[in-house]
Design a protein around this ligand. Structure first.
Ligand SMILES: Nc1ncnc2c1ncn2[C@@H]1O[C@H](COP(=O)(O)OP(=O)(O)OP(=O)(O)O)[C@@H](O)[C@H]1O
Ligand SMILES: [Mg+2]
Length: 597
């Protein structure tokens, strides 16, 4: 075999593989070009998730005949006048998006400059024709048909029409947030999906996209360090979602999906949100162009910062500060803080809890209780004003000879959620909600293995409003969900009627929230996961919603029964989200606490 130079078309197809990996990527490139051309109005029409047609029209600058002839060539760009990769002022700069798209699809461009004639050009599988006269208003329209027809291998990787459409919609949403003064329209198979008139400012655009819920449940972020600025909105911890999809991050106006930035958000919320839950944020980072390199990722989705540590600390501290400010201190007081503050009242040495305590010491706030906790966050500061209705219930509990069991014998239920049990050499504190969640989940799995999850019909079906795409997603899982005891039916456009729920769920289960979470989850997983894993995740979500919440009183018998069940149930040391279900304190640690040792 000899080394040979590859033909131009093949080179372009290989390069296209990196830049244009799915219809949403093509849409992104075309819309970015329209934005760079100074458009005030951008219309996007797609068919079959963008697989068969993507048409983007703008009222921007348009192109002359010469420019049009060059636009489809690789490395032809009007956006790097100074050959300076450190000073990038446009969304585009590589001059390869159109060449890449044209290498794998059928493309037609029609364009007209303000003072000039209209021209059009076509290209198919990388071979372009000559510009010819056309009739077109000022601006540009680019049609992309049969994406990947020229690269059948890539064509096979297309997901369902729905999934591709959702990715396109997400992409357009992100661009629309970054450019509030441009009007955006998106239709899918002729059906309107996004229709955003020009907004006055970012706030107006965010309100139009994210709606009132986000507006009412978010905190404004405004922080700066050196030449770096951070602005935008961050959702309250209670507004968590099952996916990271609702984290909108922008660097110098460019939507990014950057791991460093997502990691910062996660770190900032780690104390207040479980790691399977994701906050909603819309954050705009602005810094001098020379401080950030956008030329590291073929689709420009990731960026590199010159001073990543500075960016990181700015974001984390700004978010943490906001979380602690708005009166949410109570909701974010993590259990670790509580534990480490457990020290003698006279200011003696702090207890080295990490040594004696069980490895299950929680490091994260229990999100399951967050809603309740947040509502109590305005609790009076002053002890004297406090309502002294006892919330601890430590009445005499009959002694049972069960101390020899690993989780001991239940002695009290505190704050209607914590079971305190005495063991032979210490004490155990059980989070009854977390524990129950694990038990329900294991029972679900056992029922599944036998003959499907037992269901319980609802007297009146519960109607749950969803986004249309969520509704479709959920309905495509109808059969699987029915096997899991959750029977659903379409109810008009965008809503679902729940006919039955798994019998193991308590009748107080929040069906609305459950269905919403399931819809998010299914969307997140796409078609990538194995069916069994997917079903387990659904069961886990249902278990969480169906478990005894904190706040339910239990008698001694029930508590001891729970402890015994925990001992018998696999993995009962953690709830389905990886949070511990109990912590154990050895007597020796308690004695140290009191200086007895
Ligand atoms: N909608 C449009 N209106 C006006 N000019 C356009 C439009 N789309 C593309 N062009 C012209 O075609 C050129 C090539 O576009 P292309 O997207 O391939 O590269 P780019 O935007 O310069 O860089 P990148 O590959 O990073 O996107 C652009 O530099 C621009 O001059
Ligand atoms: Mg471009």
């Amino acid at each position: 075999m000899r080394i040979r130079y590859l033909p131009e078309t093949l080179i372009n197809q290989i390069a296209a593989g990196e830049v244009i990996e799915r219809p949403a990527a093509a849409v992104k490139e075309l819309v970015e070009n329209a934005i760079d051309a100074g458009a005030s109005k951008i219309e996007i029409h797609i068919r079959e998730g963008g697989k068969t047609a993507i048409i983007v029209s703008d009222d921007g600058s348009g192109m002359s005949r010469e420019e049009l002839a060059a636009a489809l060539d690789r490395h032809a760009t009007s956006k790097l006048p100074g050959d300076d990769l450190l000073n990038i002022a446009h969304l585009g700069f590589r001059g390869e998006a159109l060449a890449s798209i044209a290498a794998v699809a059928r493309v037609k461009i029609q364009t007209r400059e303000k003072e000039g004639d209209a021209w059009e050009i076509t290209a198919e599988g990388g071979k372009k024709g000559e510009p010819s006269p056309s009739s077109h208003p000022k601006g540009t329209q680019i049609e992309v048909r049969d994406l990947f027809y020229a690269t059948p291998a890539r064509l096979k990787f297309m997901k369902t029409e729905r999934a591709e459409f959702m990715a396109v919609k997400d992409m357009v949403t992100r661009l629309a947030m970054a450019f509030p003064d441009i009007s955006f329209q998106l239709t899918h198979n002729d059906k309107a999906s996004i229709n955003l008139p020009a907004a006055k400012n970012t706030q107006g655009r965010l309100a139009a996209i994210l709606g009132r819920e986000f507006g009412d449940n978010s905190m404004q972020i405004d922080a700066a360090r050196k030449s770096i600025q951070l602005s935008g909105y961050a959702g309250l911890p209670t507004l968590h979602r099952g996916t990271m999809q609702y984290q909108y991050l922008f660097v110098n106006g460019r939507p990014v999906k950057d791991r460093l930035l997502n990691g910062c958000v996660r770190a900032a919320y780690a104390d207040v949100l479980h790691r399977d839950r994701h906050p909603m944020v819309a954050l705009f980072l602005d810094l001098p162009a020379t401080e950030v390199d956008v030329n590291v990722h073929p689709a420009k989705a990731e960026v590199r910062f010159r001073d990543a540590a500075l960016v990181r600390s700015l974001i984390i501290s700004a978010l943490k500060h906001a979380l602690h400010e708005g009166g949410f201190k109570a909701s974010s007081s993590v259990s670790t803080q509580a534990l480490s503050s457990m020290r003698p009242a006279n200011g003696g040495p702090a207890l080295p809890l990490h040594r004696g305590a069980s490895p299950a010491v929680p490091s994260q706030y229990a999100y399951g209780n967050l809603a309740e906790a947040t509502h109590q966050s305005y609790a009076p500061q002053n002890m004297a004003q406090m309502d002294i209705t006892p919330s601890a219930r430590a009445e005499e509990i009959p002694q049972t000879q069960t101390e020899h069991y690993p989780l001991g014998s239940a002695r009290a239920q505190l704050h209607e959620n914590y079971i305190v049990a005495q063991t032979q050499d210490g004490l155990v504190v059980v989070d009854q909600h977390a524990a129950h969640e694990r038990l329900v989940y294991e029972r679900f799995k056992a029922q599944m293995a036998e003959n499907g999850v037992e269901k319980q019909g609802l007297l009146t079906p519960e109607i749950v409003e969803l986004e249309e795409s969520q509704q479709q997603n959920l309905l495509s899982f109808r059969d699987e969900l029915a096997k899991l005891g959750l029977e659903i039916e379409p109810f008009g456009s965008g809503a679902i009627a729940v006919q039955s729920i798994p019998a193991l769920l308590s009748d107080k289960a929040d069906i609305q929230r459950l269905v919403q979470d399931l819809a998010d989850e299914i969307l997140d997983q796409g078609e990538t996961q194995k069916l069994e894993e997917r079903l387990n995740e659904i069961l886990s979500t249902m278990a969480c919603h169906g478990s005894v919440r904190s706040g339910r009183r239990m008698n001694a018998e029930e508590m001891n029964a729970l402890l015994r069940q925990m001992e018998e149930t696999p993995l009962s040391g953690q709830c389905n989200h990886g949070r511990p279900t109990y912590i154990e304190l050895k007597l020796s640690d308690i004695e140290k606490l009191f200086g007895r040792r």
